[in-house]
Design a protein around this ligand. Structure first.
Ligand code: ATP
Length: 363
C-alpha cells in the first residue's frame, strides 16, 4: 500500500518481448530514503523491471508513479531525462578526455551550480568512495574498479530522486566488492538517497538493503527485510536461494516433527501456519546441526549417522551424512572432521528448523 512518504509506486507492471513475458504483475512501493534490492537468478526479470522504471523500456501493463505522478503506463511514457532518476550500469562509460573530478562534476556543471558548491559536493562523494587521490587522473589511468566507482559517484552527485543500480560492482574483485557494498550502504543512508539495487548475490542484497524483493519467473515471489527472507523463507525456492541445502519431507506432530524412518524431532519448532498432521518440507542450513565423532549420546533429537563424504573448505569442513536412509549436509568449523571415524552423531537443533510447504506431487 502506498502512503504519504511513498516516492515510487510500481503496480501490476508487465513487459513483453514478442511472445515472451519478461515480467508480469510486479508491484512494490518504496518510501523516501529506502534502499531495496531486486534479487533473483539470471533471467527472472530484475533488469527489465529496472529499465521500465528508468524509462529505457515502455510498459505493456500496469503503472509506475514517482511522487504521485504517473511516469509510465500503457498510455503514458515520460522520457528518461524527465524522470529525475539516475542509473548506474554494469558497463559504464566515462568521458575519456575528462579527469575524475570533471567526470563527476559534469552533471552539476550542466545544471549551472555555483563552482564552490560543485567542489564541495564532488569532494565529499570522492572521499566517500575512496577516490580523493585520483581527482586528476584520466579514465585510462584508472583500474576497472576505480572507473566503476567514478561512474557511481557521477550518478550520486546529482542527488537524483531515485538511484537505480544494475549490478554496479560485478566487475570488481571479491575483496573490493565486499568493501564497496558496505561503503555504498552507508553513503546512500547518509545522503538519504532512495535506491533500487539489482543483484543475483543474496549476501550483497542482505548487506545493502532495507528490504529485498526476491524475483522468479518475472514475478516477485517474496519480499521483506533481509532477516525475514533468511530466517522465514515462505517457500523452498526462497530457502534455496538463501543458501539452505537440506530439504527433508516430514509430518508435523504435536511434539515436533516426524522425518520418517524412525527419525523424530521434539521441541520448539517454529510452525508458522502449519499444524499437526500437515506434510511439510523441513529446511535446514548446514550449520543447523551439531555433529560429533562416535555415537555416544544418541537420544532426543540426536541420531547415529555415517559420514559418506568430507569436503575441506578451509575455515570449515562440509560433511554428507546418512541416518536411517535420510541424507544430511552439515558443516563443522575447522578441519577436525577429516580425522573422525565414519560413525558420527547428528544433533538437530529444533530452533534452527524452518518449515516450508512440500510442493512435490510425489507425496
Ligand atoms: P540477469 O541477472 O541475467 O541480468 P535478469 O533477472 O536481469 O537477468 P532480465 O534481463 O530482466 O533478467 O530478463 C528477463 C527475461 O526477459 C529473460 O527471459 C530475457 O531473456 C528476456 N529479455 C530481456 N531483455 C530482452 C530483450 N531486449 N529482448 C528479448 N527478450 C529479453
Amino acid at each position: 500500500m502506498s502512503n504519504p512518504t511513498t516516492i515510487l509506486s510500481v503496480s501490476g507492471l508487465k513487459k513483453l518481448f514478442g511472445n515472451n513475458t519478461a515480467i508480469s504483475d510486479v508491484s512494490f512501493h518504496l518510501a523516501k530514503g529506502e534502499v531495496v534490492s531486486l534479487l533473483g537468478p539470471s533471467g527472472c526479470g530484475k533488469t527489465t523491471t529496472l529499465r521500465c522504471i528508468a524509462g529505457f523500456y515502455s510498459v505493456d501493463g500496469g503503472e509506475i508513479k514517482v511522487s504521485g505522478r504517473t511516469i509510465a503506463s500503457t498510455g503514458v511514457f515520460v522520457p528518461p531525462e524527465d524522470r529525475r532518476l539516475a542509473m548506474v550500469f554494469q558497463n559504464y562509460v566515462l568521458w575519456p578526455h575528462m579527469r575524475t573530478f570533471d567526470n563527476i562534476a559534469y552533471g552539476l556543471r550542466l545544471r549551472r551550480m555555483p563552482k564552490r558548491e560543485i567542489e564541495e559536493r564532488v569532494n565529499e562523494i570522492m572521499r566517500a568512495l575512496g577516490l580523493s587521490g585520483l581527482a586528476q587522473r584520466y579514465p585510462h589511468a584508472l583500474s576497472g574498479g576505480q572507473q566503476q566507482r567514478v561512474s557511481v559517484a557521477r550518478s550520486l552527485v546529482v542527488e537524483p530522486d531515485i538511484l537505480l543500480l544494475d549490478e554496479p560492482f560485478s566487475n570488481l574483485d571479491a575483496k573490493l566488492r565486499v568493501d564497496m557494498r558496505q561503503e555504498m550502504r552507508s553513503l546512500l543512508k547518509r545522503l538519504g538517497t532512495t535506491a533500487i539495487y539489482v543483484t543475483h548475490d543474496q549476501e550483497e542484497a542482505m548487506v545493502l538493503s532495507d528490504r529485498i524483493f526476491l524475483m522468479s519467473g518475472g514475478k516477485i515471489v517474496q519480499e521483506g527485510r533481509p532477516i525475514q527472507l533468511y530466517e522465514r523463507p515462505a517457500t523452498r525456492f526462497t530457502a534455496e536461494f538463501f543458501g539452505v541445502s537440506n530439504f527433508l519431507p516430514a509430518t508435523v506432530t504435536e511434539e515436533g516433527l516426524d522425518l520418517g524412518s524412525g527419525l523424530r524431532v521434539r521441541g520448539a519448532v517454529e510452525r508458522g501456519d502449519f499444524k499437526a498432521g500437515d506434510k511439510v518440507l523441513v529446511a535446514m542450513r548446514e550449520d543447523g546441526f551439531e555433529v560429533t565423532p562416535g555415537t555416544e549420546g544418541c537420544g532426543e533429537n540426536a541420531f547415529g549417522a555415517t559420514i559418506s563424504n568430507r569436503l575441506y573448505l578451509g575455515g570449515s569442513t562440509q560433511l554428507q551424512l546418512e541416518s536411517n536412509g535420510v541424507s544430511f549436509n552439515a558443516r563443522v568449523v575447522g578441519s577436525a572432521p577429516l580425522e573422525w571415524p565414519d560413525q558420527a552423531m547428528l544433533r538437530l537443533r529444533p530452533e534452527r528448523v524452518m518449515l516450508v510447504p512440500d510442493e512435490s506431487d510425489a507425496r
